[in-house]
Design a protein around this ligand. Structure first.
Ligand SMILES: Nc1nc2c(ncn2[C@@H]2O[C@H](COP(=O)(O)OP(=O)(O)OP(=O)(O)O)[C@@H](O)[C@H]2O)c(=O)[nH]1
Ligand SMILES: [Mg+2]
Length: 615
């Protein structure tokens, strides 16, 4: 990190906003433009597109995972902006950020309109008393219908119990990517001035006062090899100075005195040392080894901590366990229970929407909001050199007054009309209840469902095939409801290797008619490893390592004749979607393999028989 020396954050007229929306509605792009048009970058500074998406996985996938803050100065006012993720799995990030700001920019795509995560973020924002500024974004899209979207948002606010004041939300029309915003659709498409003006006018100034005792709350964490753990926080009252001794109050009430060893301010993409910050500022603080999200820093003499944060509880869990496959330890650096435990603990320190517990020797249950959230953790771990196995995602069932409850999701699907029938039928088998069906024009239909989260596991790949890649599905947590009985799962069996060794082109060639292959020649396999999807519903033991028998009669040119179908590329997500309870995904820095939990074919057959009869 590059710390430029600055004396102090000089601007004292502050506005704090968060940008919230459904995934891909253009939050990070808008923040780029706000940075550019406030003159935050110097003339020759080279800045990447979507500069706030700073970590590798965010860049690769083009999505925001962690919320991040920045600041711009506009007409003498410091505007602190927090960019949040739109994917439902990272909803916990949004929840905790909402408390740190005095207003939100609610972005809604002018064509897509209100989507599941729009509902989620609106609900949370209204509950906290925010009066959002609606930014109808992407009005440049040919299919955009800004007026319809404003109506949809109004209805949504109304349904969610917005008060009179909240229902009179200000509206801005924008094309973030093209860098303009307007008060009215017929205005000139020039720049973001109308949005900046609206922010200055509508966002309440921070409450509290520099004269009160210090009250600051941490909403996200950072780590630096030289200065250690850093809490990024909003100051709600008082001031904080470099070198000052303050009281750290943990969420459980524990109090620890400590000295501020570093105070950091933000502007644009820069961070720099500051000596002092006051009420309304967003700063980073170092010097507290045990600092966590939700903790407060307070005045030593009269510590008044802020309310700990409430975050919606996890809905899904995935088991992480030590890799015990025959290839264990050959590709990764960190493989032991202790290492995995340490890494998971470190993760949960910074991510309050997730937690984990040890459930057996070398086995941990990681609880989170969704498959993607947990996948990103696994993906980060493999890049750091970890090796481990993960099991099939399971939803978290809880008991309320003796009733088994499970998470339900709100699901929205946009599909070409001709596939609606298939989708409705398939989701019906997964206990989905259709609540709405709207023709969207240009041959598309929008289908809305309420579905147990369980029914959604493993749906995506099949959905993409069914809609020839043209369908879009989005879902977001609704609530816990009574358990809805068995849902349908995978239709196909697995092709399981019965030998260990290297795969041979010839044997793959002879097997490929039986299903879809996950392996290619020279890949290492072991007995019990899944090498493909069987075209039928049962599992089949096969040998992918067998070379062609040498025969006396030379069949001319026969070897050249073998043509291998390219294998299905198993990404972590595809593998995780695919597996059943009796299977695991083996994750290493180099490979993603699918395997049977029980590698021994005889044991497997015996247990399979038993479970069949007990069902
Ligand atoms: N046509 C059009 N596309 C836009 C506009 N604004 C953003 N986009 C595009 O929409 C896509 C998503 O933009 P992002 O800024 O990453 O969206 P986001 O809301 O930050 O996404 P998440 O953080 O993952 O939820 C990108 O391909 C942008 O180029 C716009 O005004 N018009
Ligand atoms: Mg983003």
């Amino acid at each position: 990190m590059d710390f430029h020396r600055y004396k102090r954050n000089t601007l004292r007229d502050i506005r704090n906003i968060a940008v919230i929306a459904h995934v891909d509605h253009g939050k990070t792009t808008l923040v780029d433009e706000l940075l550019k048009q406030s003159g935050t970058f110097t003339a020759h500074q080279e800045v990447e597109e979507r500069v706030m998406d700073s970590n590798d996985i965010e860049k690769e996938r083009g999505i925001t995972i962690l919320s991040k803050n920045t600041a711009v100065d506009y007409e003498g006012v410091r505007i602190n902006i927090i960019d949040t993720p739109g994917h439902a799995d990272f909803g916990g990030e949004v929840e905790r950020v909402l408390k740190m700001v005095d207003c939100v920019l609610l972005l809604v795509d002018a064509q897509e309109g209100v989507m599941p995560q729009t509902k989620f973020v609106v609900k949370k924002a209204l509950q906290l008393g925010h009066r959002p500024i609606l930014v109808v974004n992407k009005i440049d899209k040919p299919g955009s219908d800004a007026e319809r979207v404003v109506d949809e948002v109004f209805d949504l606010f109304d349904q969610m119990g917005a008060d009179e004041d909240q229902l009179e939300f200000p509206v801005i029309y924008a094309a973030a990517r093209d860098g303009y915003a307007m008060h009215n659709l017929e205005d000139e498409k020039k720049d973001l001035t109308p949005l900046f003006q609206t922010i200055l006018k509508e966002v309440p100034k921070p409450k509290g006062s520099d004269d009160n005792g210090l009250q600051l709350q941490v909403f996200t964490l950072d780590y630096d090899n030289f200065i250690g753990k850093i809490g990024i926080a909003r100051i709600f009252n008082g001031t904080i100075s470099m070198g000052e001794t303050v009281m750290l109050v943990k969420a459980d009430g524990e109090k620890v005195k400590g000295r501020v060893s570093k105070l950091i301010g933000f502007k644009g993409v820069d961070r720099f040392d500051i000596d002092k910050a006051g009420t309304g500022d967003i700063v980073a603080v170092a010097g507290f080894e045990t600092i966590d999200v939700g903790d407060s820093l307070c005045d030593v003499t009269n510590p008044m901590p802020l309310d700990p944060m409430h975050i919606e509880e996890p809905t899904l869990s995935i088991t992480f366990q030590v890799n015990d496959s025959p290839l264990a330890g050959t590709e990764g650096k960190f493989v032991t229970t202790n290492k995995i435990d340490e890494r998971l603990e470190a993760e949960m320190n910074t991510n309050i929407a997730m937690n984990y517990d040890q459930i057996g020797e070398g086995k941990f249950r990681v609880n989170g909001r969704g498959e993607l959230q947990i996948c990103i953790l696994a993906e980060n771990m493999r890049r750091e050199g970890f090796e481990f196995c993960i099991g099939r995602p399971e939803v978290i069932i809880k008991e309320v007054d003796g009733v088994k409850m499970e998470p339900f999701e709100h699901l929205v699907i946009d599909t070409p009309d001709e596939f609606s029938g298939t989708i409705i039928e398939k989701l019906g088998k997964r206990k989905a209840n259709m609540t709405n069906m709207i023709p969207m024009g240009s041959g598309y239909t929008r289908l809305e469902f309420e579905i147990p989260a369980r029914g959604l596991i493993g749906v995506r790949t099949e959905f993409l095939t069914d809609t020839k890649g043209e369908g879009v599905m989005n879902h977001s947590f609704l609530e816990f409801r009574p358990h809805s009985g068995t849902v349908e799962s995978r239709k196909y069996g697995a092709l399981v290797s019965m030998e260990a060794g290297e795969c041979v082109g010839y044997s793959i060639f002879t097997l490929q008619d039986r299903g879809i292959m996950y392996i290619k020649p020279q890949d290492k396999v072991y007995s019990g490893m899944v090498i493909g999807q069987h075209a039928k519903s049962n599992d089949l033991d096969v040998n992918p390592t067998k070379a062609k028998q040498q025969s006396n009669v030379r069949s001319s040119g026969a070897d050249e004749a073998i043509k291998l179908v390219p294998p299905r590329n198993m990404s972590l997500e595809i593998a995780l979607e695919w597996i059943e309870d009796d299977e695991l995904v083996e994750v290493t820095p180099i490979s993603i393999r699918v395997r049977k939990r029980e590698l021994d074919a005889t044991v497997r057959k015996r247990t399979a028989k038993k479970t069949k009869f007990s069902k």
